[in-house]
Design a protein around this ligand. Structure first.
Ligand SMILES: CC(C)(COP(=O)(O)OP(=O)(O)OC[C@H]1O[C@@H](n2cnc3c(N)ncnc32)[C@H](O)[C@@H]1OP(=O)(O)O)[C@@H](O)C(=O)NCCC(=O)NCCSC(=O)CCC(=O)c1ccccc1C(=O)O
Length: 356
């Protein structure tokens, strides 16, 4: 079996994916048998993928024998060596841990409040924002992992013990909803952000994984909104992105009923990219990171902004447009304009092609 194909015990499969429920017809003649086989095949096609299909990860990388794969080779499947990054003052963060991989362009930001299932307080969000800013500015970083400490929770949303009449309040006398700033920051960050989810991603924690570019889920992951149960809602990205991801009907179901969904259900709904066994979660996430890091950072940067542009309205267009300017500044044509200005002469744009 290729190393990139992972399987889980069938017991983990959602009930709807189990073929044992299909009635088996009596084997009275070959013709009847063929009919049964045909019907079975048709039904199988209608059902959700089997768990082994669910966990078929990047099969083309493992199996393809073409020049691309001969040149690029396998994506390395080795552990990362993590270096702890301290805050700007040299102190360790309290509510998060922030690490960078040695010799690779991967940053890992971990919400570190496992005793609260990694629920965030305003201070947590402030630290997350600082770490994400650092990862954005560090040109050696090409991809960022967002995760939660431990295996029981990615993030369980806002810390309800700190909820007040104007948001969440920890060390200040007023409340904040600063997770909304973090969501915008992740959307605008010109590098891919991957949510690595083990355990609960619920409430505001569920929104956080949705605003990430990709989600790799462990088979113990649980997804859902709790707002309608605890008297809260996210009428911004938490609603609009969800509707894009799972469709308007399913989004209503998630918000109105506040149900929880297992990893396989979430994958089927389009909430996550792949589900892997818990003990393979970081390795698989690293593999995705390394695969991304092989590719053109500018192509990825523009693609991220392009994929967000429509949904993010003017801000989305600004991000995409900013990337066009960034690339244009690197051309001779743009440089001619700047040089002419500096040299107090008319620019000679006639030498540049007016392409069809
Ligand atoms: C996540 C659970 C389902 C896990 O259940 P279980 O494994 O049985 O563990 P517990 O024993 O329940 O939890 C262990 C421990 O952690 C504490 N805890 C867990 N979650 C929270 C939390 N969110 N806040 C405070 N404390 C939490 C729990 O009390 C236990 O403590 P002990 O002292 O050991 O008893 C389950 O824990 C659960 O359902 N948690 C609550 C999930 C939830 O409702 N979250 C809040 C949703 S609302 C929200 O997140 C708003 C966020 C926000 O800021 C926002 C505002 C405005 C617009 C948008 C947003 C946005 O969503 O982004």
């Amino acid at each position: 079996m290729p190393s990139s194909i992972l399987t889980v015990p069938p017991a983990k499969a959602p009930a709807s994916a189990q073929l044992s429920r299909v009635p088996v017809m009596p084997d009275t003649s070959g013709k009847e048998l063929k009919t049964v086989e045909r019907r079975m095949a048709k039904l199988t096609g209608h059902l959700s993928p089997s768990p082994s299909c669910t966990l078929q990860i990047t099969p083309s990388i493992a199996s393809a024998d073409d020049s691309y794969h001969r040149i690029h080779g396998e994506v390395p499947m080795k552990k990362a060596s993590w270096r702890v990054v301290r805050d700007e003052t040299g102190k360790e963060f309290t509510d998060i841990s922030y690490e960078k991989s040695v010799g690779e362009g991967i940053a890992k930001i971990t919400i570190n409040r496992p005793e609260r299932r990694n629920a965030f307080r305003p201070h947590t969000i402030k630290e997350l924002i600082r770490a994400f800013n650092d990862a954005r500015d560090d040109s050696s970083v090409g991809v960022i992992i967002l995760t939660g400490k431990g295996t029981k929770g990615f993030c369980s949303g806002g810390d309800q013990a700190l909820r007040s009449s104007d948001g969440y309040a920890d060390f200040e006398s007023f409340g904040r909803l600063n997770v909304l700033d973090l969501q915008v920051q992740i959307r605008r960050l010109p590098k891919p952000v991957i949510a690595m989810v083990a355990g609960y991603a619920v409430g505001g924690g569920h929104v956080l994984h949705m605003v990430c570019d990709l989600t790799i889920a462990a088979d113990n992951a649980v997804f859902g909104q709790t707002g309608a149960k605890v008297g809260s809602f996210d009428a911004g990205y938490g609603s609009s992105i969800m509707s894009r991801l799972v469709g308007p009907k399913k989004a209503r179901e998630m918000w109105f009923l506040s149900r929880f969904y297992n990893a396989y259900e979430a994958e089927k709904m389009g909430l996550v990219n792949v589900v892997v066994p818990l003990d393979k979660l970081e390795m698989e996430t690293l593999k995705w990171c390394r695969e991304i890091l092989r590719n053109s950072p500018t192509a990825i940067r523009v693609l991220k902004s392009a994929l967000n542009a429509v949904d993010d309205g003017h801000a989305g267009l600004q991000e995409l447009g900013g990337n066009a300017t960034l690339i244009f500044y690197g051309t001779e044509e743009a440089n001619e304009g700047k040089k002419a200005y500096m040299e107090r002469r008319r620019p000679d744009f006639a030498k540049f092609p007016r392409r069809p």
